[in-house]
Design a protein around this ligand. Structure first.
Ligand code: NAD
Ligand code: DAU
Length: 336
């Protein structure tokens, strides 16, 4: 059995990872440590929560004593760190919590992993650490780090700390840098679920700037299959980019959602641009494909339709979310 600490497992990608891995394999004991911020939701885990090889602990990755307790009690030898504040717009509204959770939190987790001699530490990072591309070219693992938002700066700092723990103490760190994920359980502050839910309610669809910014979309399950491979077979001290070569402008995605839901393009509203808005992300995944044999399985045209259907069929899930703190955030971000 492999004893794994997964952090942030109640969020979008972490919960999809747990649902995927605990359904697929029984050679893992997993402790999920999650603070349950506004983005953490135990409902995402209802299908696996009763499994004997799964334990949930509510807590913060900045809590040294709690980490010591968990590493000892559960003989943790593997860490997969998904926990983070993840939304760029929120980092622009207020950056400090991003430094605390993403930088200090990763630092505290790395210390605990070092003290407890873990065999593998996977840092789940992002392509945003590379900054922004012009109209051509792709991010490779050798692209210089050049983050632009408080969110991406905090993720870059976490990556640097993780690499420093590898160089200095020999901690067996591997880093993944993935592009924009979509799929079930994504919090409706992010582009795709926000547009689906607003369109369903015939609410305005707020497009930042000219709508021509480009993101490289990957289904969350493809990201998680890659994270599993990197955890098991990735080379210590290495970075692996993950992407599905599915570049789209924001306005293309919004129009696709409008069409799928049978709504009108009159809902589109061009609004003030995101400050420091990165123009284009695009990932070169050659390394993980060549070295670990990974390939994306989901095609955007099909998987976006099943994602839209998931939101249509799971109204109670997002209905509870948008009736809470979300309203305050929405007002601050879009209506002030
Ligand atoms: P999310 O915001 O949906 O979930 C984050 C989870 O982390 C939540 O459950 C939250 O409660 C938890 N958390 C936050 N701070 C914590 C703390 N201090 N201690 C313990 N738990 C804490 O985020 P996501 O979209 O699932 O992203 C997960 C990871 O993947 C992040 O590290 C993010 O940077 C990275 N990533 C995301 C994307 C994407 O498109 N969403 C792409 C590439 C990488
Ligand atoms: O690239 C990986 C990153 O992708 C992850 O590291 C982040 O955690 C994740 O949030 C995501 O960041 P983005 O900023 O690219 O995602 P977001 O969904 O916020 O925005 C996608 C694009 O859509 C971006 O160009 C901004 C635009 N947008 C977004 C929202 C919420 C709009 O035009 N209007 C909106 O209301």
């Amino acid at each position: 059995m492999k004893n794994i600490l997964v952090t942030g497992g109640a969020g979008f990608i972490g919960s999809n990872f747990l649902n995927y891995i605990l359904t697929k394999r029984d050679d893992v004991n997993i402790v999920n440590l999650d603070k349950l911020t506004y983005a953490g939701n135990l409902e995402n885990l209802s299908s696996i929560e009763k499994k004997k090889n799964y334990t949930f602990v509510k807590g913060d990755i900045t809590n040294r004593e709690l980490l010591d307790y968990i590493f000892t009690k559960y003989s943790i030898k593997h860490v997969i760190n998904f926990a983070a504040e993840s939304h760029v717009d929120r980092s622009i509204l207020g950056s400090e919590v991003f430094t605390v959770s993403n930088v200090l939190g990763t630092n505290v987790l790395l210390e605990a992993a070092k003290n407890h001699q873990v065999e593998r530490f996977v840092q789940i990072s992002t392509d945003e650490v590379y900054g922004s591309l012009g109209p051509t070219g792709l991010f490779t693992e050798n692209t210089p780090l050049s983050p632009n938002s408080p969110y991406s700066a905090s993720k870059t700092a976490a990556d640097m700390l993780a690499m420093a723990f590898n160089h200095t103490y020999g901690l067996p760190v591997v880093i993944t840098r993935c592009s924009n994920n979509y799929g079930p359980y994504q919090f409706p502050e992010k582009l795709i679920p926000l547009m689906i839910i607003n369109a369903m309610h015939d609410k305005k669809l707020p497009v930042y700037g000219d709508g021509l910014n480009v993101r490289d979309w990957i289904h969350v399950t493809d990201h998680n299959r890659a994270a599993e491979l990197v955890w098991e077979n990735g080379k210590v001290g290495e970075v692996y980019n993950i992407g599905a070569s599915q570049e789209m402008t924001n306005i293309e995605i919004i129009k696709l959602i409008i069409k799928a839901l049978g709504k009108t393009e009159a809902l589109i509203e061009y609004v003030k641009d995101r400050p420091g808005h990165d123009k284009r992300y695009a990932i070169d995944s050659t390394k993980i494909e060549r070295e670990l044999g990974w390939k994306p399985e989901h095609k955007f045209e099909e998987a976006i339709q099943s994602t839209i259907e998931w939101y249509l069929n799971n109204k109670p899930w997002w209905g509870r979310i948008i009736s809470g703190e979300y309203q305050d955030y929405y007002k601050k971000q879009y209506l002030s």
